[in-house]
Design a protein around this ligand. Structure first.
Ligand SMILES: NC(=O)c1ccc[n+]([C@@H]2O[C@H](COP(=O)([O-])OP(=O)(O)OC[C@H]3O[C@@H](n4cnc5c(N)ncnc54)[C@H](O)[C@@H]3O)[C@@H](O)[C@H]2O)c1
Ligand SMILES: [Zn+2]
Length: 351
């Protein structure tokens, strides 16, 4: 059990006793717990067993399609109806959707009440719960409305991962791989060789991955520079994710990021930063875990159009965070459309 100290709050890993005492010391007037139907079913009881207090539960339907202002309105209304005041506490028990939206609601209700993030997916444990980004989607654009604000604490319990579906595990694992590729060569070497993802010791893996995200975001909380390296794989990945967002079988975030990481590793190679053997090793490892996505056929121009509209870009330039070696990244690298198209071909090639 290892805990991580951040500037304004702590991240506790597998530490129920500190959770109990932390909440007791906060002495909130009312404790609210935000859940979706899955975290209500699989995680709520366990949380309640570790809390000596009366709580009010606020329920929302699961899924990214509900991460919007209408659902916030429901959450704010429930807070008001159940008498939440400035001394109340909201515990966000769920994946990144619950964390981003619950945090946003807490940070804005009565101009801000206290909140704790209790992430229950691998993706939210290593990524969404760290770095203070909160918000919701607007008209199909991801995270268009929101703010950056730290929670009072993050409590991660890796035992929650035991009920997570396999595809969600794999999706979150893509972020662990990304953290290795951009900041820790040794961890990349270890993570990229695994194949039985449900048998790994996540207490250690989550700790190491969170340390990487925490170290980066603390140096640059508002993404003026260094924090951009966390976008490795995400410029192309987000475009791929958005492109199929409204289809019957949308890609999970990590599946899209896996495509993005292979393509952006190619860009890193093309600008002369990583060697051909590193490039092939990255593609081989990622495709071994994620396979070639059958959907990735011929949407090249649309994807480039989507990338130009990404809120991280400026005046239509497409800027990337790329690898300058395995385990290290650089950012704000402009790449021409033709090279991006080549990177799609590289992804699509059969080995
Ligand atoms: N704030 C940030 O820095 C940041 C970073 C990355 C991603 N995000 C956001 O996170 C979201 C994606 O997060 P996610 O992948 O956790 O999605 P999610 O919250 O939709 O969770 C995925 C699914 O798993 C279910 N689930 C959650 N915990 C479970 C458990 N323990 N057992 C069984 N089922 C469980 C959920 O109900 C949901 O159906 C996106 O909205 C993304 O924008 C935010
Ligand atoms: Zn991501």
């Amino acid at each position: 059990m290892k805990n991580i100290q951040c500037k304004n709050y702590n991240i506790y890993i597998n530490d129920w006793s500190n959770f109990k005492s932390f909440v007791t010391e906060m002495d909130p007037t009312t404790i609210f717990i935000l859940v979706d139907q899955n975290t209500e079913k699989y995680c709520l009881l366990h949380l309640l067993e570790n809390l000596d207090a009366t709580v009010q539960v606020i329920r929302i339907p699961a899924g990214e399609q509900n991460k919007n202002i209408q659902t916030c309105q429901h959450i704010w209304t429930k807070l008001l109806q159940y008498g939440a005041d400035r001394h109340s506490l909201l515990i966000n028990l769920g994946g990144g959707v619950i964390g981003d939206m619950g945090g946003f609601c807490a940070a804005t209700y009565m101009r801000g009440i206290r909140f704790i993030q209790m992430p229950t997916t691998l993706l939210s444990q290593v990524d969404a719960s760290v770095g203070g980004k909160l918000g919701v989607d607007l008209m199909g654009f991801k995270n268009m409305v929101g703010l950056i604000q730290d929670p009072n604490a993050v409590f991660i319990f890796t035992e929650f991962l035991s009920t997570l579906p396999q595809d969600q595990m794999k999706s979150g694992y893509a972020e662990l791989l990304k953290h290795g590729l951009i900041a820790d060569k040794e961890s990349w070497s270890l993570l990229s060789k695994q194949d039985k993802l449900d048998t790994l010791d996540y207490e250690i893996l989550v700790y190491e991955s969170v340390m990487i995200k925490k170290t980066v975001t603390e140096q640059d909380p508002y993404e003026k520079g260094l924090r951009k390296i966390l976008n490795f794989g995400h410029t192309i990945g987000h475009a791929v994710e958005s492109y199929w967002m409204d289809s019957k079988t949308p890609l999970l975030h990590g599946e899209a990021i896996a495509i993005g990481m292979v393509s952006e590793a190619f860009l890193s190679y093309r600008i002369g930063k990583i060697s051909e053997s590193d490039l092939f090793e990255i593609r081989h490892s990622i495709l071994r875990l994620y396979g070639h996505h059958p959907k990735f056929v011929k949407p090249t121009e649309d994807l480039i159009h989507l990338m130009k509209g990404d809120k991280k870009n400026f005046k239509g330039d497409i800027r990337f965070a790329l690898l300058d070696q395995v385990g290290h990244a650089c950012y704000d690298i402009q790449v021409e459309s033709e090279t991006i198209e080549e990177s799609f071909l590289f992804y699509k090639e059969r080995i």
